[in-house]
Unconditional design. Structure first.
Length: 162
């Protein structure tokens, strides 16, 4: 499939009389400039995530959320994933791995965690990266609406796997 896409791109460039190599090099240069531009935002998000995790703040928050989680149909085992996923995909993947090892992939908790992992997004990370790269200063409703959608999806998964 990739070969066909590349062949199509080369053929289209040839037909339109575009210097394909220069267009590729220009796109690669622009990609590197974007990567350098977003690096500070990436570093700040990673530091914030590590501070929250290493300070013990998240564990205390898990304990406070347990009663509400049960009411919404979410098991205690998915609480860490509910809190970590909006911040970091790699940390959420580690939490998912621990959850599946502890509860099993076919358990209710494993099914909930897998559904939550596959249907969510790293809201803060993505917004910080892309809004920062685009130099958007007023995000308005992007983050609150994204978080509401994330929580609604998690609640739907909780009711689905009752």
């Amino acid at each position: 499939m990739i070969l066909w896409v590349l062949a199509f791109a080369v053929a289209a460039g040839y037909i339109c009389k575009v210097n394909i190599y220069e267009a590729f090099a220009s796109g690669a240069k622009e990609g590197l400039e974007t990567a350098v531009h977003i690096l500070p935002y990436l570093a700040s998000m990673l530091v914030a995530i590590h501070v929250m995790r290493d300070s013990g703040f998240l564990e205390k928050l898990y304990g406070l959320m347990s009663p509400a989680m049960g009411f919404l149909g979410l098991t205690e085992g998915v609480t860490p994933l509910l809190l970590i996923r909006p911040f970091s995909g790699s940390a959420a993947l580690a939490v998912l791995s621990d959850t599946l090892a502890q509860y099993g992939a076919d358990s209710r908790t494993g099914l909930l965690a897998s559904t939550m992992m596959g249907s969510g997004e790293t809201v803060f990370y993505t917004c910080a990266l892309y809004l920062g790269a685009a130099e958007v200063r007023d995000s308005r409703y992007i983050i609150p609406v994204s978080l509401i959608a994330w929580v609604a999806g998690c609640i739907a998964a909780g009711f689905f796997f009752r």
